[in-house]
Design a protein around this ligand. Structure first.
Ligand code: G6Q
Length: 539
């Protein structure tokens, strides 16, 4: 493949960017009074306003041409149809099959995977209903009052995010708790107030070998046995979500209580597989299926909409526009909904683990910057924290605002206050405040430069009627497909994560060294050796 920066469409964009950079959003809006009505569109119940971006119609045309030149259409089909696009691991990438209707056919290695997906969903339905209804009893005959999901990374961040986002739909008489960190504080604080007789653990691990998850699962097991004192209690208090039946059985979990998934579901793309079992127990199978239908609606949109009306494709292209042509280093996702408070953390893994890559599929260096650093916090809290830098700092930080017309908690004027803030922030970022405007307010001359807002800071606004399970599913799928689109343009593999290996291997080497007698030889660099020695002294 031609290196990206040498493609015709890339070169055209480089030249075009120079003509767009001097333009201010104030001018783009004043020369086109209908811009704010003309550009936005709706897909899957989400209104997408991208008029406050530093783009012209020509920019859009050139960005779409880039997507075409990079073969995005074929790449989308390759993913949906089950081709082994994760080439470094020899795997298909089929999270989209997890939300496909029963009558679809998606074949991997000659097998239609859709019936398998629905079979697991039905097992999850049955189990979740048993736990929710109290039919599933703990070892001493009591119904379950707390569900503890033990998992990390892709086996944690999605389920926590969805559990928090769907709280208005959840069964409040069952506590759902997430334990991920190998820091013993996480499990200690999580179990502190729980009763072993009424606690159910879901050990969520695709491989069932992850150090942190296995350590937490073993500690949970000891905590349970300390109180129930019978190995037979494990079958009533532990279930597993995994692809590794052998390890699950070795742990002592009944194979009948294992919910499976497949190697074609990547960890960070797995929250709508059985990894979502804790979410399903919290909200029930009907709501979980509404979530899946929202995912599917966005899949259909991504696969079928023309690129210039395709929400994930346009959002991906806009991110590339700023990252690669304006030098933006970070991208903020700012949900104006408290229920989405874990959404930025979830996106950090989804996007940065996927697209934090430096070589192409062919193994050559990528010749342009890849993923921006993703970060964010809910509004309006962030406004009182880091927004200063977005408004008046020296860096360009594109922003996604996410908001909803209706609140789940319509208390007094709260929602109008919230929404007035999100609209105001997008307006202030785009249009700022000129020197002349500041002076016209009678501001003392020495303060004028401090009170000027340059503006011209781009943002998207995503607005839906309400944060329903369907809308949440569509929002998640939106970002999944943004991620893939960017990877296709950059020519990188969004579905492997070799960058996490080195640290794991070194930690395994260091672990026994921490228990060696002091004075035993250490073979690291002088900094690491001294840190280990210092640690032992302090212990
Ligand atoms: C995600 C990554 C990673 C993974 C965790 C947990 O894409 O592969 O975050 O999800 O390391 O792995 P297990 O589910 O195998 O425990």
């Amino acid at each position: 493949m031609t290196s990206l920066s040498q493609t015709t469409s890339w070169k055209a964009l480089v030249a075009h960017a120079e003509s767009v950079k001097p333009k201010h959003l104030r001018d783009l809006f004043s020369s086109d009074p209908t811009r704010g009505e003309r550009l936005p569109f709706v897909a899957c119940g989400i209104y997408f306003d991208f008029s406050k971006h530093r783009i012209t119609d020509e920019t859009l045309r050139l960005l779409v041409a880039l997507a075409e030149e990079r073969g995005l259409k074929d790449a989308i089909e390759a993913m949906f149809s089950g081709r082994k696009i994760n080439i470094t691991e020899g795997r298909a990438v089929l999270h989209t099959a997890l939300r496909s209707p029963k009558d679809e056919v998606v074949t991997v290695d000659g097998r239609n995977v859709i019936p398998d997906v629905h079979a697991v969903l039905e097992e999850m339905d049955v189990f979740a209903n048993k736990v929710r209804s109290g039919e599933w009893k703990g070892y001493t005959g009591k119904p379950i009052k707390a569900v503890v999901n033990i998992g990390i990374g892709g086996s944690d961040l999605g389920p926590v995010m969805a559990y928090e986002a769907l709280k208005p739909y959840s069964k409040r008489d069952i506590d759902v708790v997430y334990v991920s960190n190998v820091d013993g504080t996480d499990i200690a604080e999580s179990l502190r107030d729980l009763n072993p007789e009424t606690t159910l653990f879901i050990v969520s691990s695709k491989t069932f070998t992850t150090q942190e998850t296995m350590a937490n699962a073993m500690s949970a097991r000891s905590w349970l046995l300390e109180s129930l004192k019978d190995d037979a209690s494990i079958a009533k208090h532990f279930v597993a979500v995994s692809t590794n039946a052998e390890k699950v059985t070795q742990f002592g979990i009944d194979k009948a209580n294992m919910f499976g998934f497949w190697d074609w579901v990547g960890g960070r793309y797995s929250m709508d597989s059985a990894i979502g079992l804790s979410t399903m127990i919290a909200v029930g199978s009907e709501v979980f299926r509404q979530l899946l239908s929202g995912f599917h609606a966005m899949d259909v949109h991504f696969r079928s909409a023309p690129f210039d009306k395709n929400m994930p494709v346009l959002m991906a292209l806009l991110n590339i526009w700023y990252t690669d042509f304006f030098g933006a280093e970070t991208h903020a996702v700012l949900p104006y909904d408290q229920y989405l408070h874990r959404f930025p953390a979830y996106l950090q893994q989804l996007i940065m683990e996927s697209n934090g890559k430096q070589v192409t599929l062919e193994g050559n260096p990528v010749d342009v910057p890849t993923s921006a650093v993703i970060w964010g916090e809910p509004g309006t809290n962030g406004q009182h924290s880091f927004y200063q830098l977005i408004h008046q700092g020296t860096r360009l930080i594109p922003v996604d605002f996410i908001c909803f017309a209706k609140s789940h908690n319509p208390i007094g004027q709260h929602h109008q206050l919230l929404m007035s803030n999100v609209f105001a922030q997008a307006e202030a970022l785009a249009f700022g405040k000129t020197e002349a405007e500041v002076r016209a307010e009678g501001v003392e001359e020495s303060l004028v430069p401090h009170k000027v807002f340059e503006g011209n800071r781009p943002s998207s606004v995503l607005m839906a009627q309400k944060l329903t399970p369907e809308i949440l599913g569509s929002l998640i799928a939106l970002y999944e497909h943004i991620t893939y689109t960017q990877a296709v343009i950059w020519g990188i593999n969004a579905f492997d994560q070799w960058g996490v290996e080195l640290g794991k291997a070194l930690a395994n080497k260091i672990l026994p060294e921490l228990d060696q007698e002091s004075g035993a030889p250490l073979n690291h660099d002088s900094s690491t050796n001294t840190l280990i020695k210092r640690f032992k002294e302090l212990q």
